[in-house]
Design a protein around this ligand. Structure first.
Ligand code: ZN
Ligand code: ZN
Length: 255
């Protein structure tokens, strides 16, 4: 695949980020929230730039090794399938997978360890979604990217996935006062996802969906109260706020 596709993907992500930042300044949900808030450096430099880069290299090498031993290495299951159908197919499968894995992460203490960093931000904005432990990224992205490559999908599918993940991830965490009405029952946005990060008792273990809200509505985990706003976000207990602290907190002994 030509580098120009990768360049287009990069431009879409940067443009998406700029539009979302503009939306946050113009139509803020939490008024007075700053762009350069506490933790901005950790989320941008440590998580978005450095960790993403390192995780990308590790995932690529895992998938390369898997490819060497894959029984499917000489087969392509998608030769006669249009690229847009492949994109929709993987989009649906990934979104369904991540709903259930996310739910499991909130249920099993061992998986919660690798997910709690994502809930540690006290301010939810376009950048806060980037805060995910590297083990969580390695597990999810290997599970999601490996079949695309091993089953012989078009390279554009992986690029489409990377681009849409980045933009949608920024959108659902954004501090924009989005009111999408009935669309929120289908497409997930900040209206429901900010409740996933809220401290309120009634919002705990709700709204696990990432892109399609339908999973929460189908499987009974939706929380979407009208005319109500979360008061506090983040973890209630003492949790390290630095990247290094969060990186090693996973391995701490707990009783
Ligand atoms: Zn969660
Ligand atoms: Zn989130």
């Amino acid at each position: 695949m030509s580098g120009s596709y990768q360049f287009i993907s990069f431009c879409i992500i940067v443009l998406g980020a700029l539009l979302i930042i503009y939306g946050e300044r113009k139509f803020p949900y939490v008024k007075g929230q700053k762009l350069f808030r506490k933790g901005f450096f950790e989320d941008f430099v440590s998580y978005t730039v450095i960790q993403s880069y390192i995780a990308g290299l590790i995932i690529a090498s895992i998938i390369n090794s898997l490819q060497k031993y894959s029984i499917f290495r000489d087969v392509s299951f998608f030769t006669n399938t249009a690229i847009w159908i492949q994109c929709i197919l993987f989009f649906l499968i990934h979104d369904f997978y991540i709903y259930w894995f996310h739910r499991l992460q909130h249920k099993l203490p061992i998986l919660w360890r690798i997910h709690e960093a994502h809930h540690s931000s006290h301010e939810v904005d376009w950048l806060s979604g980037s805060r995910s432990h590297i083990i969580e990224i390695l597990v999810n992205q290997t599970v999601e990217f490996a079949p695309i490559i091993l089953l012989g999908a078009a390279p554009e599918v992986a690029l489409f996935k990377g681009t849409i993940d980045a933009v949608w991830g920024m959108y659902i965490h954004s501090n924009i006062d989005v009111k999408s009405g009935k669309l929120q029952y289908v497409f997930n946005g900040p209206e429901m996802h900010r409740w996933h990060h809220a401290n309120e008792e009634e919002a705990i273990d709700k709204n696990f969906s990432t892109k399609l809200a339908i999973w929460d509505w189908i499987f009974g985990t939706a929380y979407f109260p009208p005319n109500k706003q979360p008061i506090k976000y983040g973890l209630t207990k003492n949790y390290p706020q630095t990247f290094i602290g969060q990186l090693f907190h996973v391995f701490r002994y707990r009783q």
